[in-house]
Design a protein around this ligand. Sequence first.
Ligand code: K1U
Ligand code: ZN
Length: 172
Amino acid sequence: MALRTILTVPHPVLKQVSRPVEGGVTDEHRALMDDMLETMYEAPGVGLAAVQIGVPLRIIVMDISAKEDEREPRYFVNPEITWKSDELKSWEEGCLSVPEIYDDVERPDRVKIRYLDYNGKEVEEEADGLFAVCIQHEMDHLEGIVFLDHLSRLKRESAIRKVKKAQRIEAL
Ligand code: K1U
Ligand code: ZN
């Protein structure tokens, strides 16, 4: 396993639409998911899309258990949302590609999803709470969308300026 670099806004790769995994989940995809998970835990974060480490494939890893000693990693290959609740909920979101910036985003409260797991098995399940927020946030990444795109232009531009400034200071 290896730690990968997480791209930050406004990196152009974060705007790419990720391509589906074709021909099933292979050892190569599993090695990528292992690296993604290690990178996510180290950051630390609760989710990560492959495009955030510069690989525009429809793969997401997640662990919303919030217990360091009892990890519950989850893997989503080619995820699809098959149903969204009409009820919306606002949640304060963060993003490893937009460090130190948090803001409220309104999304469907519950969603049903279909995906392939780590072993390539098809799974269908319903997500609510942080799981619903996180899977929708990560699936946005697969479409080249970051949570800032749900905010006003003023907030988005201010956030990007802050991230760029922090990077300039870090590089000194
Ligand atoms: O960059 C990402 O896509 C990951 C992001 C996922 C997310 C979190 C909260 C709401 C929506 C989406 C993060 O993990 S941000 C960091 C974070 O939430 C966290 C960090 C340490 C402990 C617990 C949470
Ligand atoms: Zn994110």
